[in-house]
Each structure stands twice: as C-alpha cells, then as structure tokens.
Design a protein around this ligand. Structure first.
Ligand SMILES: C[S@@+](CC[C@H](N)C(=O)[O-])C[C@H]1O[C@@H](n2cnc3c(N)ncnc32)[C@H](O)[C@@H]1O
Length: 223
C-alpha cells in the first residue's frame, strides 16, 4: 500500500484527508500514533467511552447511520481507499455527529494501530469475497486475522460479519469455529431472520438484495 504522503499526483480525496478533513480523517502515520490512546487523542473522549470500529466503510451509509444513532459510543471507520474514506466521514459529519472518525489503513495490520483490548464492537459488512480458490488467502476473515482481532477487542464485545457470498460465509464460518470467538447469532437469510428489523441495509447489501440473493450474517462474541 502506497503511503498517503508518497502519492505524487494527489486527487481531491487524498488532499482532503490531510487538509479539509484532517481533524476527523487520519492517514497511516497519524493512525499509528494513536495506538493505545484513540479515545482521548483522536476523539477528545475519555478512556471509559466505548470505541467501535467499522472495517471497510465503503461509501459510508452504515457508518453515518451507526454514528448518528449511537451518539453515546465512538465509531472509527477503517478504509483503504481514499474516495470511500472521505465519502464516509463527510456523510457522517453532515449529520452533525461528534463521535465519528476515519483512518486510511489496511485492516490486515490492525495491531499496528490498536493496543490489546483497546476496541469494543467491530462491524465488517460485505468485505471483498475473493471467491476464486487461488485468491482465498486474500480474504480478511481468516484465522490469523480473527486471532489478532480477538486480542484487540475488549471482553464482552462482539464482531458482526455480513456477506452476500455463500462461499465466503461458509469458509469464514469454519475459521470462526476454530477461533476463540463464541458464535452468538447465525443466519443464512438475514432478511428473513429474527434480526431483520434491527439490520441496516448497506450499499452493497442493497445491490445484492435487488438481485434476489440472500444475505449471510453472523455475530460472534469476544468473551
Ligand atoms: C465491497 S465493499 C463494502 C462496503 C460497505 N461495507 C458496504 O457494505 O456497502 C468493501 C470495502 O472494503 C474496503 N477494503 C477492502 N480491503 C480492505 C482492507 N484490507 N483494509 C481496509 N479496507 C478494505 C474496500 O476499499 C471497500 O470500500
């Protein structure tokens, strides 16, 4: 991943990360500086506040919804691409939220920006499925990632995972079963399940629903 500062022909979104949105959006170097002190240093909050993380915010509809409906919690969005990163924070700030921040970072290296047990709930919605057999190793929800994430979450928090890919879901389910997480909820058709009323339909989810595809869902507890 090219570091933001090394990009020679910055787009509006690259510039916005270091300029217009610099109080709310952080490049990789700044994100690493917040390790162990996100609440106080990045949010101006207290160590008692709950800090949730969304990985892969995309264009930020869930990010804006979640931060504006859970104003008693902090929400940090991690996104590798500049355009969705800025779209996400802009969408949230338009709702006048005070509890939202984003960081440009590769989620495969979360241990570089979070200390052990630093974060609360984690949301991962429709991560890239890498469905070809030869590309499975690129999937995020694999055992070494789950092992790492488990150590970074506080006991009593959860990890929520949704995908439109049946293949990815069952593959990830095996990884979860071999991890320390405890499976709390599980559905092969989220929109036909008991949890449909509390679900927020993300941008990618809408696209796949319109194609008539079921949405796979699980929630795992970090005990
Ligand atoms: C398929 S989109 C889903 C977006 C959104 N969660 C939704 O449900 O509409 C996946 C997003 O994850 C981001 N992404 C992919 N790999 C990532 C990584 N290693 N670290 C951080 N973000 C990543 C992509 O840039 C993209 O915005």
């Amino acid at each position: 991943m090219i570091k933001t500062r090394a990009i020679s022909n910055p787009t509006y979104y690259v510039d916005a990360l270091n300029g217009e949105f610099a109080d709310y959006a952080f490049n990789e170097e700044r994100a690493e500086e917040f390790r162990g002190r996100w609440r106080e240093a990045a949010f101006g909050a207290t160590v008692q506040d709950a800090l949730d993380v969304e990985i892969g915010t995309g264009n930020g509809y869930f990010f804006a919804h979640q931060s504006s409906t859970h104003t008693d919690r902090l929400l940090l969005g991690i996104e590798i691409k500049f355009k969705p990163l800025i779209q996400s924070i802009r969408r949230a700030l338009k709702l006048n939220v005070k509890n939202a921040r984003v960081a440009r970072f590769n989620a495969s290296f979360l241990e570089n920006i979070f200390d052990e047990q630093e974060i609360n709930n984690v949301f991962i919605h429709h991560p890239d499925p890498w469905n070809k057999n030869s590309k499975h190793k690129r999937r995020l929800m694999k055992s070494d990632f789950l092992k790492k994430l488990y150590t970074l979450q506080k006991p009593g928090s959860f990890l929520e995972f949704k995908t439109d890919s049946q293949d990815y879901f069952f593959w990830a389910l095996e990884e979860f079963k071999n991890s320390s997480y405890k499976l709390e909820r599980y559905s092969e058709d989220l929109h036909g399940s008991d949890w449909r009323d509390e679900n927020f339909i993300t941008h990618f989810e809408k696209i796949y629903m319109e194609k008539g595809q079921p949405i796979y869902y699980l929630r795992a507890l970090r005990e």
